[in-house]
Design a protein around this ligand. Sequence first.
Ligand code: PLP
Length: 493
Amino acid sequence: MKYVSTRSESQAVTASQAIIRGIAPDGGLYVPDSIPAVDLDFIRGLCGMDYRSRAAAVLGLYLEEFTGEELAAIAAASYGDNFDCPEAAPLHILDGDTAYLELWHGPTSAFKDMALQIMPRLLTASLRKNGEKRTVSILVATSGDTGKAALEGFRDVPGTRIMVFYPRDGVSQVQKLQMATQEGSNVNVVAVEGNFDDAQTGVKRIFADQDFANVLDGRGYFLSSANSINWGRLAPQIAYYFSAYCDWVNAGRVRLGEPVDMCVPTGNFGDILAGWCAKRMGLPVGRLICASNENNVLTDFISTGVYDKNRPFHLTSSPSMDILVSSNLERLLYCLTGDGQKVGGYMRQLSGQGKYAVDESLRQAVQAEFTGGFCTDGQCREQIARLWQEHGYLADTHTAVASRVLADIRRREGQSRPTVVVSTASPFKFGGAVLQALGVVTDETGPALVDELSAFTGMAAPRPLSGLGKKAVRFEKWVSTAEMEQAVSEFLA
Ligand SMILES: *Cc1c(COP(=O)(O)O)cnc(C)c1O
């Protein structure tokens, strides 16, 4: 299996090369030249395995240069004690037709851990396979969740360094503390004056500086990124769709082979694209429900075939979905058409005019597999309260968006099909919004909200969040965007 660019102008590469490069030289994203197919016997086999073995089995179909033993060892190390339950991605069965796939039992309490706990190991193994001797230095600009998850994933991984930039006034207090207290001997965290775009632009400028790359090369370093367009982040996410299906079969609710819908709270389209890959491989998935918050650019795209980011940007209570350019959609468009020229054209229109319209057959192909929907912050809060009152189930704001969109679809259709709702964050990570939804008035801020939510619900908070207020702050430095490169240079001296 080779990996090709969605814009077809770059050479095909191996899986390990795709993971090392992240993005293709022509600006496209890497996708496998064919999606591997599995049958029900394969899925029956997975049903008898634990999460790490399921992950290794699914990854093995995409990463042919890795041996089964190698992937088993990598998966075991990635989904072990660092998760707060042995299942790693447990399925919480809510009622006869609804189950919540909880992807937030890892060290940073959000679903990014499912990929970022394993991706550093895939990356370092890929570097070895390609004879790379230099130390890889990961640079990340983050609006919150990704930075912390990447820090936890790369901390103390031999042969790596990681530096995270976050906007000084653009992340929540909990998110800031999570990063400022980061442990590990190969990590660094710096705040940047400005907003997320300023931090992101600064990082892109550093990546593009060839003279600086040469200086670092002389010191034995090269720069790379860990963002969600890297195939090494996407591939591990395919496994949990299989895992959820198997758990529901094992629970006796779903017959092996019976289709199940998947409802996914979506921002950058990475999570739901992994679900689509699982379906294309042969997992019995009915439709994929793409749930958005008020930044509903994808809802409109799915219903009209027009992608238009020229619209107001809303700051919502589900901030990890506050995105107007969903990068991984490019992968879907390529996989549905196999036409890199066409996809490259759409992407040029998107960066030029902020807008493109797919042709009629592509629109129909998208609609055949995806249903879009969105809800407002008010509806999201209502749903958190409803889930808590009717089921005693506590959902975070992102999960509640998906839950609400599903509820609206079921009401409209007057029936319900078995559906897995993908739950992407611990409610304690967004404690302020969850408390508000539950009608609790509080003056507390930051980490104290974690304890307050715990006291109100009688539920224990994830340990890394409840201990946050007591941890020593290690990183307090902040710089202007002009000083970012100097900060990297000092870190990689
Ligand atoms: C990143 C994130 C999402 C969105 O996932 P995408 O892969 O970007 O679509 C949803 N919820 C939470 C909590 C996240 O951190």
